[in-house]
Design a protein around this ligand. Structure first.
Ligand code: 0O2
Ligand code: 0O2
Length: 267
């Protein structure tokens, strides 16, 4: 083991993690203000412990003088999202940032690991300003849903306890649990889409109702009393049946009637 000062070695990584956490938490606040919904639920970060850095270097055969390039997750940031769609949105936002540069990405959601692990990883290079000038450090940003995080947190702690000797039966059950967590994500996404669709339908229906009722008033204004009364009856019937398609058709029929009324008023 070399006699390096580990605190000094890890310092730029500490700085990178602190800065990235502040920036990503700020992004969450800003998105919440702009869109009322933030694709980021919460952000955490950590610097790898010296013992874990050494263990990983040994496992990956990284020489002691190449730790900075050979180990990409000494600085680690985790971004938790509610929905799988949010992960792609957040990854897109990170790609366009000017304060870091993307090195490469690993999509462990499409290509999930044998263990069942799912997450989206982005390896980035982040410049920190030190007393000796700028230093670029590598950082790993893991983006995952709350369900993926729940699974990974528990699986990680079990693996830590059992190391390599995790019983096969437990390994299999963990894989099944990962599948169940992913199904939960899929179900939540589909419920969300249905809610969004329902919101759009509701919006559309209330717009068409306002338009039809306003246009019927206009027909009275043009003294088309009989026609207006017939349209009102038709509207009542369609509104009762919640027939959005029929209401849209009625709206264009009324538009034509108004058009005719205007024309005959002019001649
Ligand atoms: P708030 O308003 O207190 O929630 P830190 O230095 O404390 O900002 P650090 O060291 O990474 O961040 O701490 P930690 O314990 O890893 O948690 C970071 C943030 O994530 C904290 O919020 C936690 O409250 C939040 N967090 C952790 N687990 C969960 C969780 O399961 N659900 C939710 N919603 N939040 C969680 P803050 O930023 O300190 O703010
Ligand atoms: P930590 O800080 O304890 O989480 P490797 O796959 O480790 O040989 P690489 O290329 O760095 O080498 O790995 P990878 O898989 O791209 O990303 C490494 C990190 O992803 C891990 O960090 C974990 O945080 C997470 N990860 C990857 N696979 C699993 C898994 O099966 N279960 C869980 N719970 N997490 C996983 P570390 O090094 O474990 O560090």
């Amino acid at each position: 083991m070399d006699g390096r000062d580990w605190n000094l070695f890890l310092q730029p990584y500490e700085q990178a993690v602190e800065e990235l956490k502040v920036k990503l938490k700020t992004l969450r606040v800003e998105l919440k203000m702009r869109e009322a919904y933030a694709p980021i639920e919460f952000v955490t970060g950590r610097v790898k412990k010296v013992s874990s850095v050494l263990e990983k270097a040994k496992r990956l055969n990284v020489p002691p003088d190449q730790l900075e390039t050979g180990i990409e997750d000494i600085a680690g940031i985790r971004i938790m999202c509610q929905f799988v769609d949010d992960i792609h949105r957040v990854a897109g936002l990170i790609r366009t940032r000017k304060d870091l540069s993307l090195v490469y990405e690993k999509d462990y959601i499409t290509n999930y690991k044998d263990s069942g692990y799912r997450s989206y990883h982005m390896i980035v290079e982040y410049p920190v300003q030190t007393a000796l000038g700028q230093k670029n450090v590598l950082a790993e940003i893991q983006i995952r849903t709350l369900a993926m995080n729940f699974w990974a947190t528990i699986e990680h702690s079990l693996n830590y306890k059992y190391k390599e000797s995790l019983p096969d039966e437990v390994r299999e059950r963990l894989k099944k649990a990962a599948e169940a967590a992913f199904q939960l994500d899929t179900e939540m996404s589909s419920i969300r889409h249905e809610i969004l669709d329902a919101q759009v339908d509701f919006e559309e229906r209330s717009n068409v109702v306002s338009k039809v009722l306003g246009d019927i008033q206009d027909l009275y204004f043009y003294h088309r009393i009989r026609e207006a009364a017939q349209f009102q009856l038709k509207f009542n019937e369609l509104w009762e049946k919640e027939d959005l398609f029929g209401l849209k058709q009625l709206s264009s029929e009324i538009q034509n009637a108004i058009h005719r009324a205007k024309k005959s008023g002019q001649s």
